[in-house]
Design a protein around this ligand. Structure first.
Ligand code: PLP
Length: 418
């Protein structure tokens, strides 16, 4: 058969998340309390995160069971398919085999639902009533709104202002799931009031506004859609399924590729492959980021804040600096100044590598993929597509697997000038 798709049966869905920290031969540098410069006391973080998520953040258990109510919700769209990009291969005339793991089948169109559902569940059982968050392009805000609706939580979202106006359908989608979304900087927080009405907003500012809101309100907790250890942990369902699917194909990939904003889709895809890399398997693992927000390829490896106001603990990561204002590129989900501490450490230890691609090649790649494979990629995911196309044009006999982290049907405005 020309078409090659690997579906897993519902019962083949992973029952546990995979925690790479159990297998790394080195330790992560701890988050620091900006007030003291000492490692952050977990109790202090209880003001913004519920206990089960904080436990996961610091856990070194290799496998953490996925709670039954979360598995039930995953069954709405998981396991997700692994597809051979035969039409793309044919178009490129390449000997390289290309597979993509497609996360766009989730209810809000991206991988973000994987952690949104888990975070909503753990908050619910911890007594949280309201979840507050920020969103860049809007995928995280819609995923958390959906998860909040599923588990009975109110969801409030600070959306980066440029995206709020560029992407009205994202806002409508959040509203369908009863998410309450405002553009950031807003006048609802003291931090937001510091910026004038023209400011385009950044993820860093939106995070500051969300945390300020949580600290003011009892029963409210903060939810982050990327960067943190527990977020990457939840996303490992992607990589665990992927490995299972590759096993059925009897394939060991030469290269695993994913786009990188804060590191959740990348981490979720590649972390389950790290033990193989540590065992000497020759698998190249590559993070793809935008040239205009090059945290991994141009950032410094040092302690920095996760937000602009400096409310979060300091984390050791590749960073462009908390005050970096990325240009208003269309791949809104990749406009973050930093990177996940786990991804940063793996890069620093040279277990993975990172590349940057230009906005122009990204949208050309996205359109080509849409024409031949029939899915318009999310602008973020199109970064991975762009890099994979470049690799495949080398016409080498090898297998590349990448994650198509979402579809772009709510982000079509990004393609207007492409
Ligand atoms: C948010 C998002 C990203 C980037 O965030 P990561 O945490 O780096 O994964 C990538 N792709 C899609 C579709 C997204 O929604």
């Amino acid at each position: 058969m020309f078409r090659e798709v690997v579906y897993l049966k519902p019962e083949e869905m992973p029952k546990s998340y995979y925690n790479v920290l159990a297998d790394l031969p080195f330790k992560l540098d701890p988050p620091l309390d900006p007030a003291t410069g000492e490692p952050m006391k977990p109790e202090k973080l209880l003001a913004i995160f519920p206990e089960p998520l904080l436990e996961q953040e610091m856990s070194d258990e290799r496998f953490i069971p996925i709670p039954e109510p979360v598995l039930r919700e995953y069954a709405v769209y998981r396991p997700t398919p692994l597809v051979r990009a035969r039409f793309l291969e044919e178009y490129l005339g390449t000997q390289t085999r290309i597979y993509y793991k497609y996360e766009g089948v989730s209810p809000t169109g991206s991988h973000k639902t994987n952690t949104a559902l888990a975070q909503a569940y753990y908050n619910k059982i911890s007594g949280t009533k309201t979840l507050v968050t920020e969103t860049g392009a809007g995928q995280w805000g819609s995923a958390l709104s959906y998860a909040g609706a599923k588990f009975g939580l109110e969801v409030r979202i600070f959306m980066v202002k440029v995206s709020f106006y560029q992407k009205p359908f994202r806002k409508l989608l959040m509203n369908i799931f009863d998410g309450n979304v405002v553009p950031s900087p807003s006048s609802l927080t003291r931090f937001g009031q510091k910026f004038d009405g023209e400011h385009p907003g950044t993820l860093g500012i939106a995070i500051s506004e969300a945390i300020e809101t949580v600290l003011k309100q009892n029963d409210a907790k903060y939810a982050l859609g990327s960067v943190l250890n527990h977020v990457l942990l939840h996303q490992t369902v992607i990589g665990l399924e992927l490995k299972e699917q590759l096993k059925k194909l009897k394939i060991i990939p030469d290269m695993v590729v994913a786009c990188h904003g804060g590191g959740s889709n990348f981490g979720g895809t590649i972390l389950p492959f790290i033990p193989d890399v540590l065992n000497g398997k020759d698998i190249k693992i590559i993070a793809v980021e935008p040239e205009s927000c090059p945290s991994l390829t141009k950032g410094e490896y040092r302690y920095d804040f996760g937000d602009t106001a400096g409310l979060t603990p300091m984390m050791k990561m590749y960073t462009l600096g908390k005050d970096f204002v990325p240009p208003a590129i269309h791949a809104g989900g990749l406009r973050y100044h930093g990177a996940a501490p786990i991804v940063s450490k793996l890069l620093h230890e040279k277990l993975i590598s990172a590349v940057a691609v230009s906005q122009d090649e990204v949208f050309q790649a996205g359109k080509l993929f849409a024409r031949v494979e029939g899915i318009v990629p999310a602008p973020e995911s199109a970064h991975a597509v762009a890099y994979v196309i470049k690799e495949a044009k080398k016409n080498e006999k090898k297998t590349i697997v990448f994650t198509l982290s979402g579809h772009g049907y709510f982000d079509l405005s990004a393609y207007i000038n492409a």
